[in-house]
Design a protein around this ligand. Structure first.
Ligand SMILES: NC(=O)c1ccc[n+]([C@@H]2O[C@H](COP(=O)([O-])OP(=O)(O)OC[C@H]3O[C@@H](n4cnc5c(N)ncnc54)[C@H](OP(=O)(O)O)[C@@H]3O)[C@@H](O)[C@H]2O)c1
Length: 300
């Protein structure tokens, strides 16, 4: 531990984990890093982070362990390794988008090892992550959150403590399913307008100046106009989040008919080989289904 700041152990240097860890590093926290694929450690290590040989070793060297990893199986694997090494009185924060059920399981393991656990899923893009401007929802013991607020402030602009247990997991999934459903609505509407002869770029500009414009439609406007679906968040990731929400809802008998239907089409997009494109490529599926695909397009 440094004189002023706790040592942070970071697990998961993927698309969003890397810029988030870089913000923590830039805020002056001593960093120990681990990524399953070692090649991704390079930017952090070159900037002074220490590479750990494994996740248990990383946990043993850290005051605060943070993970930003893919999904429930990853959380269970990472959680088990962290539990094996975490110091008594230390803290584990998982910031991934995972189910309340897997998160509660890991909470039990970490608390059983004498450490604290916070859930802190994030809302925002990789671009916002690189500016330290994410929205972060935290749930877990409030005094622990308050004591570690500066770490969250390194990564986020809006930070909300939303409850003592799995509340943040529910909120994150609720927001993501609205984002996914919005992509589906826009995809359907754009294919409709295109079929009716609207000029592609003009249509997107006018929609963004209309009453349905939102931060999301604005943020995705250039991607749509340029038909450049390089992923900020992939269709496969959106399917994962839909499934987490639907499974959580099913267990509690909460009906989610709109989410369930859009999940079918988002799944078809993945099945057609577009799972690694951004989820806003949903419009291309709607174009295919509307028979518009043969038409000349600026770029796909
Ligand atoms: N991208 C976004 O805009 C965004 C926004 C909000 C929330 N999120 C959420 O943030 C999380 C990470 O997203 P991402 O876009 O960074 O995904 P990503 O680029 O696919 O990165 C996933 C990370 O998890 C690691 N991982 C996966 N399985 C693992 C395991 N079993 N053990 C150890 N590490 C494992 C990967 O390691 P490897 O490098 O070895 O594969 C990688 O570092 C996801 O839950 C996602 O839903 C993403």
């Amino acid at each position: 531990m440094s004189a002023t700041k706790p040592t942070v152990g970071w697990i998961g240097l993927g698309k969003i984990g890397t810029p988030m860890a870089q913000q923590v590093q830039a805020a002056g926290y001593p960093l120990v890093v681990y990524n399953r694929t070692a090649g991704k450690l390079k930017p952090l290590v070159e900037a002074g982070a220490k590479a750990a040989g494994g996740m248990t070793e990383l946990a043993a060297q850290s005051d605060v362990v943070i993970s930003m990893i893919s999904d429930d199986p990853a959380l269970r694997e990472v959680g088990a390794a962290v539990k094996a090494g975490i110091k008594k009185g230390a803290l584990y924060i998982d910031m991934s988008t995972v189910s309340p059920a897997a998160s509660a399981e890991v909470a039990g393991w970490i608390n059983g090892a004498g450490a604290s656990y916070l859930r802190a899923p994030v809302s925002g893009s990789t671009m916002l992550a690189s500016k330290g401007a994410l929205t972060i929802f935290v749930s877990g013991p409030k005094p622990v959150f308050e004591a570690h607020r500066p770490i969250f402030e390194a990564m986020g602009k809006a930070i909300h403590h939303v409850g003592p247990a799995e509340e943040a997991r529910h909120l994150k999934l609720a927001i993501n399913l609205m984002i996914g459903v919005t992509a589906a609505t826009i995809g359907e509407a754009l294919a409709f307008g295109e079929g009716g002869g609207m000029e592609w770029r003009q249509m997107i500009d006018i929609i963004n100046a209309s009453v349905v414009a939102s931060p999301l439609t604005g943020y995705k406007a250039e991607m749509l106009k340029n038909r450049d679906f390089a992923p900020a968040f992939t269709a496969a990731q959106m399917v994962k989040d839909f499934d987490l929400a639907l499974e959580t809802a099913r267990a509690a008998n909460v009906p989610m008919p709109v989410t369930a239907m859009v999940r079918q089409f988002m799944g078809a997009l993945v099945a057609m080989g577009r799972g690694e494109k951004d989820f806003f490529s949903y419009v291309t599926l709607m174009e295919d289904l509307a028979g518009l695909s043969a038409r000349a397009k600026p770029k796909d």
